[in-house]
Design a protein around this ligand. Sequence first.
Ligand code: CMC
Length: 429
Amino acid sequence: MTDNTATLTIDGKSYDLEIFTGTENERSIDIQKLRAQTGCITMDPGFGNTGSCFSSITYVDGANGILRYRGYPIEELAEQASFVEAAYLILYGELPTPKQLALFRAMLAEHAQLHTSLEHHFSGFPKNAPPMAILSAMLNLVSCFHPEVLEVNSEGPEFDKTVALLLSKVRTIAAFSYRMAAGKPFMHPNPNLSYCSNFLHMMFSDPYREYIATPVVDKALNLFLVLHADHEQNCSTSTVRVVGSSRANLFSSVSAGVCALWGPLHGGANAAVIRMLEDIKLSGKPISHYLDMAKDKNHDYRLMGFGHRVYKNFDPRSIILKKRVYEVLDELQQQDPLLEVALELEEKTLKDDYFIERNLYPNVDFYSGILLRAIGIPLNMYTVLFAIGRMPGWIANWRELLEHNQRISRPRQIYTGEGSRPFVPLAKR
Ligand code: CMC
């Protein structure tokens, strides 16, 4: 992997640092021994320019709007793969054969049910508990009912079972959290349904009326989940890796990932976009009012669904979603007034110097909420659906971390507080 070296000069002394080059010629300077050699650390708050691992799962080229899972372009996966196929690919590195896919689906069906005692825990949450809090808590709790998964490492039949258990139960927990908040009885999983249709059945069926997802709705949900299945070292995936690096079990690690995803700058943005569009629509104020607020440095208002740490040209997921939103609304014979607001906001933003100079474009969250609205998903479940989608990526990254026997995550800091000073007894303060 080594191409050449970089030379760093500090206080007149030069140090040769190795350069690592990735498959797509991305380059990194190895600073692992820098502190021992020079006494200096590197400073990069927010890790905007810091590589934290070598990974063979997902490739993102932000300048050119490229996203690939295990080498396969997102555009092709979005068009042709189901979520279960994409999840298998991300987890195991190759597209499944028909036999492997059937086996994987059977394992997901087998592990969809929650332990009865686990179900009782839902009644302990207040009615208005946020589903993301429930999801995180319940994922951690699942491991208490399956103590064998606490010991599991990164390979073999036990790992395969744990993967199926997690991928399947996350969907059941998500649906149950919604049912509980809505004051409705739980609908148990139906093993004859596909992954997405089964989730929608648990969300929307009633004891006397079974919800049957139409192919349009099933396909739209599959697309949403495929587009969210992994995105290399984003905030929640890095969280999963940081937690996992202490050799915490897979369930605790992904539970932490859910918490990181919850924030409005990350997965919480999909619901925040809809709230923003509703606000714009209801206020009757011109779009320019909102652009001015977003540009005003004395204001903490941001246009939700805009900007990305890595994509500085366009987010390919947003392009796919925008196209699909039209098709889904058309196929379902719906109109969404928020789509018009979103289109106008996008058009004006892309012509505005502030956003042009900063390379701020619609990200995956900008159109995803409109898609979820069209298929009837309630607003408080949007980020939960992001979490279901991201589960394969979190698990694959946790596994890779163990396979690479990565060291515990432990960044350094530069201390800027008080120097040493003597303790002042209470009576003298
Ligand atoms: N609206 C207005 N200004 C923005 C926005 C925005 N949405 N995003 C970034 N900026 C400005 C920011 O104020 C800064 O300006 P200046 O250089 O004058 O100080 C500049 O653009 C660079 O922003 P940054 O905060 O340094 O960029 P970042 O890489 O740290 O943050 C981000 C990326 C996605 C958190 C940010 O763009 C943002 O807050 N966007 C809105 C929330 C959102 O849509 N999040 C979803 C992200 S994509 C899916 C996911 O990963 O969850």
